[in-house]
Design a protein around this ligand. Structure first.
Ligand SMILES: Nc1ncnc2c1ncn2[C@@H]1O[C@H](COP(=O)(O)OP(=O)(O)O)[C@@H](O)[C@H]1O
Ligand SMILES: [Mg+2]
Length: 313
């Protein structure tokens, strides 16, 4: 018998009036995976997570969490999952411990005090647990939400853009704690619009855009599908240079980022000289190269680049 998938969806779709928020997606997440649903604002990430959490009913298709159908086995699904919502959801007037205690009572957890300490330790929040939530940093609040999300020992934790609004230190710190959860065997489904985040912490990702899955695989597989290297040309006249490159139809991706033209190619070393020839008339200020990454793959599969704030450029 094959192992039950942590998440399986078939042709899953959700319409809000005339908006196809999720437009027929097939997802498979293995138990124990750290899976990233990657896409710009409005891609349909939150709607997908909300369906899996039984908070939104799909218009079409099916979804199951650890074999439990979200439409017909809601209590079983809810017992299997923990959620960290995109919007902060702690009571800020209460302490962290009090917030967790409410959740523990809701789930009828035995040995509440011990279990709360156990999850506070998972995210290094025990010593700050008795401070009112309103006095905590954004990163600490996120860690408390994670502690609350795993208090009832779910098999899978959904995290909807958990690092939104955190500074560099807060993000790194949260990544470290999520790594720890994964190492403990928990399945994680994280949504994000930050490519570096997905590349850094997820085993597998699905690129979502306009309600559809454009591609999925490991970050390395997706980058490999694009090609080997990325070349950046800083140019006097970038837009004209891009027009010329596109006219040549060379079987590579090329796009503009401010005064740069960016190319993804099989092998920069063998092709660089030819590109320099073509771009010389447009005034080359600088040339940089590196291996392609998930950010380049996203542009390749969707035709768009995501800005730092998560909107499509
Ligand atoms: N409750 C709702 N009513 C109407 N439209 C919605 C609702 N929730 C989401 N949408 C729309 O569905 C699309 C996908 O939204 P969402 O799932 O929140 O995307 P993401 O989380 O990737 O930013 C967007 O166009 C959004 O405006
Ligand atoms: Mg969202």
């Amino acid at each position: 018998m094959t192992e039950t998938l942590a998440v399986k969806t078939s042709s899953l779709a959700k319409r809000f009036n005339d908006i196809p928020a999720v437009a027929g997606i097939d997802l498979e997440i293995e138990p124990g995976a750290f899976f990233g649903l990657l896409g710009p604002n409005g891609a349909g990430k939150t709607t997908t997570v909300s369906i899996l959490a039984t908070l939104v009913q799909p218009t079409k298709g099916e979804a199951a969490v650890f074999g439990h159908d979200v439409a017909t086995a809601r209590p079983e699904v809810r017992r299997s999952i923990g959620i960290v919502f995109q919007e902060p959801s702690l009571d800020t007037e209460l302490t962290g411990r009090e917030n967790l205690d409410i959740h523990a009572r809701l789930y009828r957890i035995a040995s509440r005090a011990r279990e709360i300490d156990r999850t506070l330790d998972l995210v290094d929040m025990r010593k700050d647990a008795d401070r009112p939530v309103k006095t905590l940093s954004g990163g600490m609040k996120r860690r408390l939400e994670i502690a609350r999300g795993v208090l009832h020992q779910p098999k899978i934790l959904f995290l909807d853009e958990p690092t939104l609004g955190l500074d560099v230190h807060g993000r790194r710190d949260l990544w470290r704690h999520l790594d720890g959860l994964r190492d403990s065997g928990m399945t994680l489904l994280l949504t994000t619009h930050a490519m570096d985040e997905a590349e850094r912490i997820c085993d597998r990702v699905a690129i979502m855009n306009e309600g559809r899955i454009a591609a999925s695989g490991t970050p390395q597989e997706l980058a490999a599908a694009v090609g080997g290297d990325r070349i950046e040309f800083e140019l006097e006249r970038a837009e004209e240079a891009l027009t010329e490159l596109r006219r040549q139809k060379g079987g590579y991706d090329a796009w503009r980022e401010n005064d740069m033209v960016v190319l993804t190619v099989r092998q920069a070393a063998t092709q660089l000289v030819a590109f320099v020839e073509v771009l010389k008339p447009f005034g080359i200020h600088a040339v940089r190269m590196r291996e392609v990454n998930l950010e380049d793959a996203f542009v390749h599969f969707t035709g768009h680049k995501i800005s730092a704030s998560g909107d499509l450029e």
